[in-house]
Write a protein that binds this ligand. Structure first.
Ligand code: ADP
Ligand code: MG
Length: 630
């Protein structure tokens, strides 16, 4: 068959342009993207071969080989994975199938640095090859197809690409980069080894390179040169990172793994890595990113957890493994119990999956509690921090707590004491002090990026509501930044104060200047200022905190109880009788607009304000529903 020319989908052309124009300052990422694709392809083959072992043919090895040719200026990444048919090459290398693609393009600003960040999150993938290559040739053959059903795909990364049918002896894919003259540094064994170590060490399959040795010139005066030995060396550790013992994985490796998993070049805020044993056995490695993705609020946004079963990759975006309100979490779950042929439908019904989800939820909440504690401990002395640790309730509120991780008898894969569960108070104190010194603002960062999402948990996760409540932070009349916890608030309550007061508004300024706050300001009572869209809804699920009710200052007759002195109460009563004729008149005039008109003690300077009934929908919520067209 002859060559055919195809045009790239418009988005691909756009992405290609962006990639080559925004990412040239960080060219080396192409290698991790290509190795990641090779590894994905091997994962896919292993998965398909579960049902159809003949796909392996006479090549049982799953591996990646990296070769280069300085003279020809090429660098080739070859895998023995699933490969591509001709149609697949056209589809997968000519279009973008990712969800959120449109959203992504709409977010681009034209600012190179900012866009580079965004592209990183979106995942440049295969096209990153064009940062270093002016032409890419892909040769591939899908597992199970005959040798003459191979495909060659060639493109210069401009508007189009060519495909033709070829004969290829081996299944799998070779990506051949024709390096630009300014990227010849990548046709070098040392350089490539360094990059593999940096970005791809955790890849679970072997990444091999041919050995090289120095050979002196054969004759007098002839220069020596590096020559290939014909022996293939494995460059990476080739065991999946999450299966290794925690002590054998460095922070850099955890971070590197995260970057690849999450397509995020900013290091994660924190992670938790555990092997859980008991009735449901699994390994979890969960990360909290340090910034929100561009599509956090996208309804179709994929979950960030990859599911493996006994090291075999099963699926991306396993949305059953964390609740929606933790959808920002990235990570890997490797289950020992689920069947290898598990489908998304099966996942929904599985008891094991429910146990894993609950276990993941507990871990993430625990991690957040630790970050929050470290923040509280910042500046405080270590002993105090330890005391905090002792007091903090880590109960889950569940009837049947999942088994906590325990030490494996021997040859254990992961050391299972959660690095966040310090065994003694002294250790805890030291750790908190250390964490606090390292990154005192981690929890604040988390809260800024994901706080609004976590709040959804109040409504979604009944069992963990109290734990979530402790993690909430708000601005208040004493703090413009959202750093006030409900516990802080309670500790500062006035004698006789019976409720935690809050107000919701669209902006901080609107909240602060609301007439409904006047009496609170006058009496020096702190009021929480809430400006997230989810506040109103989420707080409807949190009636009280630690026995103290939460009360909107915009609702009903605010009863300041003992905080109101007798004289004030009397004055209000007198006024009510006194102005009754006026009230009646107002009620009559406004009867279509309001339910009641009454005298209040809540105002100091303003003559009047609107409030809603105690049981009524708040104004903020009403505005929200109206905006949503209801
Ligand atoms: P992603 O990996 O996020 O899907 P990429 O741009 O990296 O995006 O790759 C696009 C698609 O091209 C992949 O989803 C896959 O279908 C196909 N592909 C890329 N490299 C390979 C490979 N080495 N073997 C098989 N398919 C590949
Ligand atoms: Mg990829």
């Amino acid at each position: 068959m002859s060559k055919q020319t195809h045009s790239f989908q418009a988005e691909v052309a756009q992405l290609l342009h962006l990639v080559t124009h925004s990412l040239y300052s960080n060219p080396e990422i192409f290698l991790r993207e290509l190795i990641s694709n090779a590894s994905d392809a091997c994962d896919k083959l292993r998965f398909e071969a579960l049902a159809n072992p003949s796909l392996y043919g006479d090549q049982p090895e799953l591996e990646v080989r990296i070769t280069f040719d300085k003279a020809a200026k090429t660098l080739t990444v070859t895998d023995t994975g699933i490969g591509m048919s001709e149609q697949e090459a056209i589809d997968h290398l000519g279009t973008i199938a990712k969800s959120g693609t449109k959203d992504f393009f709409s977010k681009l600003s034209g600012d190179q640095k900012q866009d580079a960040q965004l592209i990183g999150q979106f995942g440049v993938g295969f096209y990153s090859g064009f940062i270093v290559a002016d032409r890419i040739t892909v040769e591939s053959r899908r597992a199970g197809l005959p040798a003459n059903a191979g495909v060659r795909w060639v493109s210069k990364g401009a508007g189009d690409f060519e495909v033709e049918q070829i004969t290829r002896e081996q299944r799998g894919t070779s990506v051949i980069l024709h390096l630009r003259d300014d990227a010849l540094e990548f046709a070098d064994g040392w350089k490539l080894k360094e990059l593999i170590g940096k970005y791809s060490d955790h890849i679970a399959i072997p990444i091999k390179m041919e050995g090289e040795k120095w050979e002196e010139g054969k004759e007098e005066g002839q220069p020596g040169a590096m020559v290939k030995t014909g022996e293939w060396e494995t460059i990476n550790q080739a065991t999946a990172l999450w299966t290794r013992a925690k002590k054998d994985v460095t922070d850099e490796q955890y971070t590197g793994f995260y970057e690849q998993l999450a397509h995020d070049w900013q290091p994660p805020l924190a992670w938790t890595h555990n092997r859980v044993e008991g009735s449901t056995e699994y390994t979890q490695l969960l990360y909290i990113p340090s910034h929100a993705p561009f599509d956090l609020w996208d309804r179709d946004r994929k979950a960030g957890i990859k599911l493996y079963v006994k090291r075999v990759f099963i699926m991306d975006d396993a949305e059953q493994l964390v609740p929606r309100y933790l959808r920002f979490i990235k990570g890997v779950v490797d289950s020992a119990d689920l069947p290898l042929n598990v489908s998304r439908e099966l996942l929904q019904e599985s008891r094991d999956v429910r146990a894993i989800r609950e276990g993941n939820t507990r871990r993430v909440l625990g991690l957040l509690e630790d970050l929050a504690k470290a923040e509280t401990a910042a500046g405080a002395d270590a002993a105090e921090a330890a005391a905090v640790e002792d007091k903090v309730d880590i109960g889950t509120g569940d009837a049947t707590p999942a088994p906590e991780p325990t030490e494996l008898p021997e040859g254990g894969v992961t050391d299972v004491v959660d690095k966040n569960e310090a065994p003694t108070a002294a250790d805890a104190a030291a750790k908190f002090a250390e964490d606090a010194a390292k990154a005192p603002a981690k929890y604040a960062t988390f809260w800024r990026e994901f706080g609004a999402v976590l709040k959804e948990g109040l409504g979604e996760d009944h069992a963990n509501r109290e734990r979530i409540a402790k993690l909430l932070r708000y601005a208040s009349t004493t703090s413009d930044t959202p750093t006030v916890s409900l516990a802080d608030y309670k500790a500062r309550m006035k004698d006789g104060q019976k409720a935690i007061y809050f107000i919701t508004a669209d902006t901080l300024a609107a909240a602060k200047n609301s007439p409904q706050l006047e009496v609170f300001k006058k009496k020096g009572i702190e009021v929480l200022l809430m400006t997230d869209r989810v506040d109103e809804w989420s707080l409807s699920y949190l009636r009280d905190f630690d026995g103290t009710p939460l009360q909107s200052v915009a609702k009903g007759a605010v009863d300041l109880g003992d905080l109101q002195d007798e004289a004030e109460k009397k004055a209000a009563q007198e006024a009510a009788t006194h102005v009754k004729p006026l009230l009646d008149k107002l009620k009559e005039t406004l009867k279509d607009q309001v339910e009641d008109v009454r005298v209040t003690t809540r105002l100091v300077d303003s003559p009047a304000c609107l409030v809603v009934k105690d049981a009524g929908m708040s104004m903020q919520l009403a505005r929200m529903l109206k905006q949503a067209g209801q």
